[in-house]
Write a new protein. Structure first.
Length: 446
C-alpha cells in the first residue's frame, strides 16, 4: 500500500494550469495571474454542479478579464439510456420511460411518442374525442407549470427571490391537478397508444375551473414584479442576443425563436390533437434577448389558460364518453377501481375479466405481458413543448417493441446557442443567457 490517494491526486489538464478560487475579489485573481503568467486569459470550469446552472450542465468559459471570449457547453452528466431501454419494452411500456426525459414537461414527451405510435398503427382518426381533449388540457396545464419553473429559477439566479417563491407556489397548483387526474405529480405514463389511461375523476372539472380563476389573479403578480422593474430589465435587456437568422441557422425553436418576432408554433403551423379547433394566439416579442423570452413565456401562460377553459367546457359535454380506442387488441384495459390494498385492480374488475370467457382472459394476459404488434414503418410527429419542437422518431419492425425510438429534444438543440449568446458578454451574464434558453438536462442527455 502507498500513502497516495488514487482518487484525489493532482493532475495536469489539457487546458493548462488549474487555479482554485476561494471567494477573492476577481480583480485580485486576474492581477495575480497577470503577474504570474503574463496574461489575463483564464479558462473557468463552471459546473457540472454549479448553483447557478440549470441541472448538471457544464460550461467551459475562456475569459479575458470579466469578458467571455469563448463558451462551450459540456453535456452527458445525466445520461439515463432511456431511448435504448425503450427497445426492450412493449409499445405501451415505452411511455413510462420517455415521460421521464424532460421531467418538467412529461406530458409532451408522452404525447409525441404516443402520436407516433398511433400513426404507425393507422388509428389517428379513431382516437376518442374525449381522449384528445384531455391530452390538450393536461399539456396546457403542463406548459404553465414548466414556464413557472423557468421564470422562478431564472429569477432566483438573478437574485429575485420573491419571483422564485411565488413561481413554485403556483406550480404546486398545477401538480395538484396532475395528481388528481393521473394519480401522480410527475412521470405519469398517462397518455397511452389509443387514448389515455383513465377518465376524469369526479369533481375534476370544478378543480380545473377553480385553478383557472386563481391563476388569472396570480399571473399579474409576475408582471408587477418584473415587467417594468428597472433592475430586472437591466439584467435581461440586450443579454443573450440571438436574432432570427441565428435561430434558423442553429435550428432553435420555442420561446427563443418567438422572441425574435417569428410566430412559429406547431400548434398553429402543424396542428395535432385538434389544436386547430381551439381559439388562442401565438405570442411573440421583437427584442431577440433574454427579456423578450421572459415576456413570451409570461404571455403564453395566459394563452394556455384560454385553451384550458375551452377544453374544460368540451369535457363537460363529453361526460361518460370513452377515453380509449374501442379496439380490444390495442386499448389498454384500465379503470379507476383498485384493490382493497390500494394496489392492482379491484376484485370486481378481475371477476369481470375472468368471467367473460377463457379467450378474453388469455387475450388480456397476452396484451399486458406481450403487448400489441405495430406494422413495420417509421413516423415522426412533433409537438410544441414549452421549450420548442419536441419530436419522437418511432421505428417499428413489425414486432411488439420499438425497433428504435429517438427523440428530437429542444433543450439539446437550443443549447447550441450558448456560445453565440455568451461570447463577447460578461461572465455574470452567462447564467442569464442559459436561464433564458431554459434547458432541462434530463431531455438533453436522456
Amino acid at each position: 500500500m502507498t500513502d497516495q490517494d488514487l482518487y484525489s491526486g493532482s493532475s495536469d489538464t489539457s487546458e493548462g494550469r488549474v487555479f482554485t478560487v476561494t471567494g477573492q475579489d476577481w480583480d485580485q485573481i486576474a492581477d495575480g495571474l497577470a503577474e504570474e503568467e503574463g496574461q489575463e486569459r483564464i479558462v473557468v470550469n463552471m459546473g457540472p454542479q454549479h448553483p447557478s446552472t440549470h441541472g448538471v450542465l457544464r460550461l467551459i468559459l475562456e475569459l479575458d478579464g470579466e469578458t467571455v471570449t469563448e463558451a462551450r457547453a459540456g453535456i452527458g452528466y445525466l445520461h439515463t439510456g432511456i431511448e435504448k431501454n425503450m427497445e426492450y419494452r412493449t409499445w405501451t411500456q415505452g411511455v413510462t420511460f420517455c415521460t421521464r426525459m424532460d421531467y418538467l414537461s412529461p406530458f409532451f414527451n408522452e404525447a409525441t411518442y404516443v402520436l407516433g405510435v398511433e400513426r404507425l398503427l393507422d388509428i389517428e382518426d379513431r382516437i376518442p374525442e374525449k381522449a384528445s381533449v384531455m391530452r390538450v388540457l393536461l399539456m396546457e396545464i403542463n406548459r404553465i407549470s414548466s414556464h413557472l419553473v423557468a421564470i422562478a429559477t431564472g429569477g432566483m439566479e438573478l437574485g429575485a427571490l420573491t419571483v422564485m417563491t411565488i413561481g413554485f407556489r403556483e406550480r404546486e397548483l398545477c401538480l395538484d391537478l396532475f395528481e388528481l387526474i393521473t394519480g401522480l405529480r410527475m412521470n405519469h405514463a398517462f397518455f397511452r397508444p389509443g387514448g389515455v389511461a383513465q377518465d376524469l375523476p369526479p369533481g375534476a372539472l370544478d378543480e380545473i375551473r377553480g385553478f383557472v380563476a386563481l391563476m388569472k389573479k396570480r399571473l399579474p403578480e409576475y408582471a408587477a414584479f418584473c415587467n417594468a422593474n428597472p433592475i430586472f430589465k437591466g439584467r435581461l435587456e440586450g443579454i443573450g442576443h440571438l436574432d432570427l437568422e441565428g435561430c434558423l441557422a442553429l435550428g432553435i425553436t420555442g420561446p427563443v425563436l418567438r422572441s425574435t418576432g417569428y410566430p412559429w408554433d406547431l400548434r398553429k403551423t402543424q396542428p395535432y390533437c385538434g389544436y386547430e379547433t381551439y381559439d388562442f394566439d401565438v405570442q411573440t416579442w421583437d427584442t431577440s434577448d433574454s427579456y423578450g423570452r421572459f415576456r413570451v413565456r409570461l404571455n403564453e401562460m395566459w394563452e394556455s389558460l384560454r385553451i384550458i377553459e375551452q377544453a374544460a367546457d368540451r369535457l363537460a359535454d363529453l361526460d361518460g364518453a370513452p377515453v380509449m380506442i374501442d379496439d380490444k387488441k390495442i386499448g389498454w384495459p384500465s379503470q379507476l377501481a383498485i384493490g382493497s390494498d390500494g394496489m392492482g385492480n379491484s376484485l370486481d374488475h378481475i371477476r369481470h375479466i375472468m368471467g367473460e370467457s377463457m379467450e378474453a382472459l388469455i387475450h388480456h394476459f397476452k396484451l399486458v405481458t406481450e403487448g400489441f404488434r405495430v406494422p413495420a414503418g417509421q413516423a415522426y410527429v412533433p409537438v410544441e413543448s414549452p421549450r420548442g419542437e419536441l419530436g419522437a422518431h418511432v421505428v417499428s419492425d413489425g414486432g411488439t417493441r420499438p425497433f428504435r425510438a429517438h427523440f428530437r429534444d429542444p433543450s439539446f438543440t437550443n443549447l447550441q446557442a450558448t456560445s453565440v449568446m455568451a461570447e463577447g458578454g460578461m461572465v455574470a451574464d452567462v447564467i442569464v443567457a442559459i436561464a433564458s434558453i431554459d434547458p432541462v438536462m434530463g431531455g438533453v442527455d436522456r
